[in-house]
Design a protein around this ligand. Sequence first.
Ligand SMILES: [Zn+2]
Ligand SMILES: [Zn+2]
Length: 316
Amino acid sequence: MRAMLLREPRVPLEPVELPVPRVGDGQLLIRVKACAVCRTDLHVIDGELRDPKLPLIVGHQIVGTVEGSGKRVGVPWLGSTCGECGYCKSGRENLCDRARFTGYTIDGGYAEYAVADARFCFPLPDTYSDEQAAPFLCAGLIGFRAYRMIDDARRIGFYGFGSAAQILVQLARSEGREVYAFTRAADFDAQRFAREMGAVWAGPGEARQTLDAAIIFAPAGELVVAALRNVVKGGRVICAGIHMSDIPSFPYELLWGERSIQSVANLTRRDGEEFFEHIRHMRIETKRVRYPLANANEALRDLRTGTLIGTAVLTP
Ligand SMILES: [Zn+2]
Ligand SMILES: [Zn+2]
């Protein structure tokens, strides 16, 4: 099969020909139809996440069909858990120390085939095509986990407006909430995109707005401080990314008033089930840019430089 392989961090992915992977007990062999690109792929490739499997096939937003049955499934970031630790037994398998992750500690979807633990795959709603469903597998699921942490906040700041934000803004609007989109200062394309997708306001990251809560998608630690300045007393700042640059020090006054900062780690299978249940009666539209699998490095470059608007999706 054709695959894009990470041989070592900080080196471009290499197009290679590999044997179709073997399937173990409880695993599915999946013919990949689409794999959406996530910022976490960049963090893995850049060596910002420790101890990846090497060589590695990255990619953890996989839509494909199971060889044999032809059934369509989605493969998310959470690839397996131990099932027996305190976290797993208390409904917090996202925190399992022995969890394995698709496209990081197990091979992922930048390939023609992928193998996944059947217990961690999701059935997908028929109303979405393969390419439409792919961004749901991380941007949707982990985004949804972050979104639920803001409780009933009405005025929500999104810092960074990419793959997850374009999905969540639609959930927020359907519930009568207002989204304020903060982007890089001169990124007028992203600001226009945010307004098109339903944000009531879009502007630079350091702008002042009054927010009930904020979700940080961009991996820039200084945005945590910018968001804290904007949230009202009791407001939450949720860090939705798996990696972020250092958070600069800030006066305690910004945290005072029962404001809080919280990270979001991975997802549980229950998050996935609840996300798909939640969107069952609505139509989520996403802006996507399709790249052939062989052009994965270009997709990653466009995400890195911010020229990409929406979500990049690779198709074998
Ligand atoms: Zn566990
Ligand atoms: Zn992801």
